[in-house]
Design a protein around this ligand. Sequence first.
Ligand code: PRP
Ligand code: URA
Length: 217
Amino acid sequence: MTSQLRVYVPEHPLIKHWLGVARDRNTPSVLFKSAMTELGRWLTYEASRNWLPTEDIVLETPLAPCEATLINPEPPMAIVPILRAGLALLDGAQTLLPLASTYHLGLVRNEETLEATCYLNKLPETIDSNTRILILDPMLATGGSMIAALEALIERGANPELFRIISVVAAHPALQKINQYNPNLIIYTAMIDPDLNEQGYIVPGLGDAGDRAFGTL
Ligand code: PRP
Ligand code: URA
């Protein structure tokens, strides 16, 4: 049997609510940014369920010895926000993963060819293959930006089995392309939208996430 990309769309009222706020064209930039923070938080919560390393220990409560499970701080953990729009998800993700390093990756799509190019790469030269990596980009449209990010991580030694991708709206063309690139990846998204328009924007989508988050419309 061939493997298939796993795409989770958590059924959670907070995720649905903040997605609705973000989609609304009348939402002002400051509220759009808050919606992205909340989506970053709740999608990271869902993605971390079977991904965070834990250890079982015995501790002393004020009354007696007790078995407990804590997050194991040993395996390295990193968050990779894809600039600019991925930055809008970062605050919410960092709240839940305060020990993670943050490696910024700046990618921009050419508006005509829709090809992504990298203008900032703060990844370390080599990445420990045990590193759990959370990749943040609210929009998966053609999938080109995400694949450029995956390639940059993998060529430095990161293990894609330990990646989790967080997006807000993932379009079918991006999911198909990412599945062809590596069907073992795991994506958490607030919604899957059907298609792109002629300019490569997701429809219905939420418009230009970077411009809306940073008030540059
Ligand atoms: C947007 C978005 C994604 C990319 C998705 O970034 O944030 O990174 O496009 O498109 P793709 O799947 O077709 O590659 P953009 O290039 O507009 O930059 P920005 O985040 O700085 O606005
Ligand atoms: N980038 C965005 O910000 N929105 C889209 O719909 C597609 C790419």
